[in-house]
Design a protein around this ligand. Structure first.
Ligand code: NAD
Length: 318
């Protein structure tokens, strides 16, 4: 099967490439290699690679040349704090980039898998038909893109689905995100900043499970704009997770409470009609900690980033 993976050099995209390799598929990865996209993430995988922007004409050319049967779009700006600090790239990549991919799907017949997020539902528990109620510039851009997917299915009859995963964690996640930040900062003997009271709840999903479930959906999905929620089914507060990380690492985690992120959602929570197995959080955290312990070369160059260093990195932005 000819599969093109947009954003395949990022965290979830590279896990998905590994899953495709397990199934004997050698995909074409198309990625701009922003700060979050790294060829190191694709080490030891079998893939073709084209460096490119999903907002560019070059995407159309790559699709015209490769003629994929399936295009999976992970390419996005993904960090909520950065979207508060500077929202513009979130609009252009997450919305205009998606529309560029959708335009290609009008001209070349491929099945389009759009990767969205549980954050589009806001704090209310959502099923696939719940209204979208985003709170951050990030989730607003993701919700907008989802609406464009629906509009293109309805107007141009393109074949597409929308997948909404919950909070992923695991190997190769950029250290700006909460779990790798907590692990790495603890390894370095630094405190871990906790936003607000730490009681914000997320639904945690091990990244390899997400890769497998998305790959299964290529076979199972209906292709007329269906939404597939993929919750991890494991809702824990940030403080609960920090405690578990400390237990798994066998170390004291030094927590520092800092000002809450503006507009911070207290929880995300979704239901699904799909059936699948997930890795228990403690086991997934154990694998994740082990990976960061054994792959210091991967994260060492990244720890000067302000979104790793600062306690309230969204502040002083704009
Ligand atoms: P990530 O930030 O690790 O990777 C994003 C990738 O997209 C990088 O490789 C980057 O280089 C690439 N990219 C960014 N802008 C691009 C552009 N204009 N053109 C081409 N490539 C570009 O992200 P992730 O955590 O792997 O998330 C992947 C997708 O899953 C995103 O759409 C995100 O919204 C969604 N999602 C993530 C989570 C999570 O917890 N990580 C949860 C739900 C949904």
């Amino acid at each position: 099967m000819r599969v093109m993976v947009l954003g395949g050099a990022g965290f979830i995209g590279s896990a998905f490439v590994r899953e495709l390799n397990k199934r004997g598929i050698r995909p074409l990865v198309y990625d701009l290699l922003t700060y979050a996209g790294r060829l190191e993430n694709l080490k030891d995988t079998d893939h073709e690679f084209v460096k490119g922007d999903i907002r560019d004409e070059k995407l159309q050319e790559a699709i015209a040349k490769y003629r994929p049967e399936v295009v999976v779009n992970f390419a996005a700006e993904t960090h909520v704090d950065r979207s508060i600090y500077k929202p513009q790239d979130f609009l252009t990549t997450n919305i205009l980039g998606t529309v560029n991919v959708l335009d290609a799907s009008r001209h070349y017949n491929f099945k389009y898998i759009h990767i969205s997020t549980d954050e589009v539902y806001g704090e209310e528990c959502g099923n696939e038909n719940s209204p979208l109620n985003p709170s951050s510039p990030y989730s607003a851009s993701k919700a907008s893109a989802d609406l464009f997917v629906r509009a293109y299915v309805r107007t141009y009859k393109v074949e597409a689905i929308i997948i909404r995963p919950s909070n992923n964690y695991g190997p190769r996640q950029f250290p700006e995100k909460f779990i790798p930040k907590a692990i790495i900062r603890t390894l370095l003997g630094l405190h871990v900043p906790i936003y607000g009271d730490g009681k914000a709840e997320r639904d945690w999903m091990f990244v390899e499970d997400t890769g497998r479930i998305i790959a299964d959906l290529i076979e199972k999905a209906e292709w007329s704009g269906e939404v597939y929620n993929i919750p991890g089914g494991q809702r824990y507060s940030v403080l609960d997770v920090v405690k578990m990380i400390g237990e798994v690492m066998g170390r004291e985690v030094e927590v520092r409470f800092v000002n809450d992120r503006p507009g911070h959602d207290r929880r995300y929570c979704m239901t699904t009609g799909l059936r699948y197995e997930v890795t228990p959080l403690r086991e997934g955290l154990r694998k994740t900690v082990e990976w960061y312990l054994n792959n210091r070369w991967w994260w060492k160059p990244l720890i000067k980033d302000r979104f790793f260093v600062e306690d309230e990195p969204w502040s002083k932005g704009g």
